[in-house]
Design a protein around this ligand. Structure first.
Ligand SMILES: [Mn+2]
Length: 437
């Protein structure tokens, strides 16, 4: 990670967080915003906690995502307060003293228990907004997670500061060698479990530090959109689909590559979808309605399926008839940031007016028009999913499909190619291809 770059851009990022927080307080008619870093969760009847996931509203401010029990307090016009949780706990390693480029911007106060937040409120609880999970009892009388505040914060998350963009470029840089290592392990005959370990080793993450549960899918498993297992037994090598990212400063990359062992019809289809995906990335720019790009993706995937001999209809007709949805059942992409599926994609404005997905594409997570420095994923796919193919076979569209071709391609599972792309007024920046061509 290029720390001087992050240090240089951090003050402007923090100023933007403060401006947005002030706008949110106006919406809630309150004076203080109090954001929990998150609390540990214990498993039922157990003394073991679940892996900690920081409150995204907290880690959007500063790079602390392994710090349960901390708090941020924002009061317009004042230096932000960080309540830094350092429990006196000899059973665990308490967090080290705060250090780094961000520390000088905060009034940092050490607390031993998250409940101490009540003693640090700058004003009456009734004038405070609390953001977090399971925090109601800690500040009685405060507004907790009011929608008016969440709408404002979620809306602005789509547009990234220079600091955030630096984190996201670095998160792509970190994941790229891991994708290459996964491919090498696959080509050497490793099973999914070993491929996953190769990925972790190459990016230096533990499982818990990944921004999301990696998808490591060999052969038919590539047809399971969110395949969650790791097969221990080696399989004959056909396809590897890896959907996995890395974390820098709490920001995620979200990258998918599909590799094949050897040439042939399916490898050609992978290459053609890769070209198609690059074409879609090239159309990302400020002002584009993401829903329009999603529709284009369906038409082009339809045309590719026709050229491959899978279907009889032309691209536009296949998309209009709903035929492409059987092969590409998810959205073209989503917002990306401190959460891998970042929030606010179906909002029309900071007030929270809903912008629901179109009726024919209910899975589309992002319906907004892209702005300068919005970061999205572009992830078209083509899959041979047993359940959907059964439905297709029973539908009136069955006659538009060349079933012998489907049967031939089915053992390869599916393809997804996913990059992280920034919208710009004059074009786009591909954060992923810079490191992983
Ligand atoms: Mn994605």
């Amino acid at each position: 990670m290029d720390t001087p770059t992050l240090a240089r851009h951090y003050p402007a990022h923090l100023a933007r967080c403060q401006a947005i927080a002030t706008e949110a307080l106006v919406a809630a008619e309150a004076d203080h915003l109090v954001i929990s870093a998150g609390l540990e969760h214990y498993a039922f009847l157990d003394d073991q906690t679940y892996p900690f996931r920081a409150n995204p509203l907290f880690k959007a401010w500063l790079p602390l995502n392994r710090h349960p029990g901390c708090w941020l307090i924002h009061t317009p016009g004042e230096r932000p307060v960080l309540l830094y949780h350092q429990p006196r706990d000899f059973w665990h390693q308490p967090p080290a003293d705060p250090a780094g480029y961000w520390t000088e911007a905060f009034d940092i106060r050490v607390i031993r228990d998250p409940a101490e937040v009540a003693q640090h409120l700058p004003g009456p609880a009734e004038r405070s907004v609390l953001l977090g999970e399971g925090v109601e009892a800690l500040v009685p009388g405060a507004q907790v997670n009011p929608q008016s505040v969440l709408h404002v914060l979620h809306w602005h998350r789509a547009v990234k500061s220079r600091y955030e963009l630096a984190c996201m470029r670095a998160a792509n840089e970190r994941a790229a060698p891991a994708h290459r290592a996964a491919r090498e392990a696959f080509l050497e005959g490793a099973p999914e479990y070993e491929i996953h370990l190769a990925y972790l080793r190459a990016c230096g993450h533990t499982d818990d530090e990944l921004p999301y549960h990696s998808i490591v899918a060999v052969n038919e498993h590539a047809a399971v959109l969110h395949y969650q297992h790791r097969e221990r037994e080696p399989a004959p090598r056909r396809t590897l689909l890896v959907d996995a990212g890395a974390d820098v400063g709490g920001y995620a990359s979200d990258i998918t590559r599909t590799w094949t062992a050897g040439d042939g019809e399916f490898a050609d289809l992978v290459g053609a979808l890769d070209d198609l995906q690059r074409g879609l990335c090239a159309e990302v720019r400020a002002g584009v309605a993401f829903g329009d790009l999603h529709r284009k993706a369906h038409q082009r995937i339809g045309q590719l399926l026709k050229e491959t001999g899978v279907i009889r209809l032309d691209g536009e007709a296949a998309a209009a008839a709903g035929l492409t949805r059987y092969f590409f059942p998810h959205g073209l992409g989503h917002l990306l940031g401190v959460q891998v599926h970042d929030v606010g994609g179906q909002q029309a404005d900071p007030q929270g007016t809903p912008a629901p997905p179109p009726e024919d594409y209910p899975k589309l997570r992002l319906t907004r028009r892209l702005e300068q420095d919005t970061v999205v994923t572009i992830e078209p796919g083509i899959y041979f999913i047993d359940m959907l193919l059964e439905e297709l076979q029973a539908s009136e569209l069955a006659a538009e499909v060349h079933w012998p071709v489907v049967e031939r391609l089915r053992p390869w599972g599916g393809i997804r190619i996913e990059d992280n792309v920034r919208a710009d007024a004059g074009g786009h920046e591909n954060l992923t291809r810079a490191w992983l061509p």
